[in-house]
Ligand binder design. Structure first.
Ligand SMILES: Nc1nc2c(ncn2[C@@H]2O[C@H](COP(=O)(O)OP(=O)(O)OP(=O)(O)O)[C@@H](O)[C@H]2O)c(=O)[nH]1
Ligand SMILES: C[S@@+](CC[C@H](N)C(=O)[O-])C[C@H]1O[C@@H](n2cnc3c(N)ncnc32)[C@H](O)[C@@H]1O
Ligand code: SF4
Ligand code: SF4
Length: 338
């Protein structure tokens, strides 16, 4: 196995695979309905990587040091036969962890078959327990109950469950403590995500971000917290344990306390482009290599070159100039995979 290092000496360890650019939700911070409307040109099916193509690429990435696979999107549970893909990835020697990020709306239906196929962990996005606020945030596409039922089914099926909540000022900051309390009782790890300037469509403003510090202070008042060490180098979330030892939360603070120095994540979009940053403006087309009959050595050479020349650290460098430079050219998050 090769151990690649980029320009900042970061290894390649994780591959996040987007299996579709489509979604049944229209969260305003990701796919606002006025941009992703009925006429939006999503990828046609022949442009999307097949399971055979994804499987081949995963084997290649594993030979280059990848150990963790995360399936994402768009909404990954919209991809037909997803458990079959999970099963194929599960069989690949060297894959140590397979996780899925989902909005949870279809999880009740698929949790059991996903677990049977070898999925170990699921991160379910849920921004509020209040129907009115949740519906407002997801563009009037889904209620809270089906997501909670999906979470329950996933836990019953033996999947390790985490909950992701994007916190946006004026939208759901009043839900921070309620969510913490609810998932403390349910014994699921809740991670708060600072609202990020991904893509070009969400009209992001720094004033709309609720910082890690504010989030922690709010929760600490209801149940005291203490910081805990990361589970592994490069963990995206900063961990905090409840002082009564009943569970933990995490905060993903890409805006106020970025974590690029440990970023070991490559991203594969649904149409087979490779990206090395969530805030990238361009990718490298691997689909063309696959479909033009190149052998593994040629694909390995291409990926090696991309990783070894990589020097992304967008969140570390975020300021007015860097934001202005990429104002209209970032790839949308639903496309690159969250
Ligand atoms: N800025 C930035 N945000 C990231 C990165 N990776 C993940 N995130 C954000 O963190 C959110 C939660 O990530 P998950 O998909 O749940 O995965 P994870 O945090 O890697 O999960 P674990 O494997 O359980 O540690 C993502 O949806 C993104 O919003 C990254 O490299 N950069
Ligand atoms: C793009 S979604 C893809 C997977 C799935 N549809 C879901 O929502 O979990 C992955 C994650 O990105 C998060 N996300 C999307 N836009 C974001 C933004 N502007 N800031 C922070 N997190 C965001 C979502 O909340 C979700 O947890
Ligand atoms: S965050 Fe996930 S559920 Fe919401 S619009 Fe984006 S891809 Fe869909
Ligand atoms: S901003 Fe880019 S380089 Fe920094 S942690 Fe996120 S994906 Fe990695």
């Amino acid at each position: 196995m090769t151990n690649l290092q980029d320009q900042l000496h970061r290894p390649l360890r994780d591959l996040r695979i987007s299996v579709t650019d489509r979604c049944n939700f229209r969260c305003r911070y990701c796919m606002p309905a006025e941009v992703f409307g009925p006429d939006y040109a999503f990828l046609p099916s022949d442009k999307i990587l097949s399971f055979d193509e994804i499987e081949r690429l995963v084997k290649i990435f594993v030979s280059l040091g990848v150990k963790k696979i995360r399936i994402t999107g768009g909404e990954p549970l919209l991809r037909r036969d997803l458990p079959e893909l999970i099963a194929r990835i599960h069989r690949i020697k060297g894959v140590e962890d397979i996780a899925l990020t989902t909005n949870g709306s279809l999880l009740k239906k698929y949790a059991h078959s996903l677990a049977q196929a070898g999925l170990a962990r699921v991160s379910v996005s849920l921004d509020s327990l209040d129907d009115e606020r949740f519906i407002e945030m997801n563009g009037h596409r889904g209620k809270v109950l089906p997501v909670l039922e999906g979470i329950e089914k996933a836990a019953e099926a033996g999947l390790q469950v985490k909950i992701n909540m994007v916190v946006q000022k004026g939208k759901n900051e009043q839900d921070i403590v309620t969510m913490a309390q609810f998932f403390k009782e349910k014994q699921h790890i809740l991670r708060f995500i600072e609202y990020m300037d991904v893509g070009n469509s969400n009209g992001w403003r720094l004033d709309d971000v609720v910082s890690k510090k504010e989030i922690i202070e709010q929760i600490h008042q209801f149940t005291p917290l203490q910081p805990v060490a990361p589970n592994y180098k490069g963990e995206v979330a900063t961990r905090y344990q409840y002082q009564d030892a009943q569970g933990e939360i995490g905060v993903i603070s890409s805006v106020t306390d970025s974590f690029c120095s440990n970023c070991s994540r490559a991203r594969l979009s649904a149409e087979g482009s490779l990206y090395t940053c969530l805030f990238a403006t361009e990718g490298t087309d691997l689909r063309e290599l696959l479909r033009s009959g190149q052998d593994d050595a040629a694909i390995i050479k291409c990926i090696t070159n991309v990783w070894e020349t990589r020097n992304d650290r967008y969140s570390d460098e975020r300021n007015e100039q860097t934001m202005a430079k990429r104002k209209t050219s970032k790839i949308e998050m639903s496309h690159i995979g969250g």
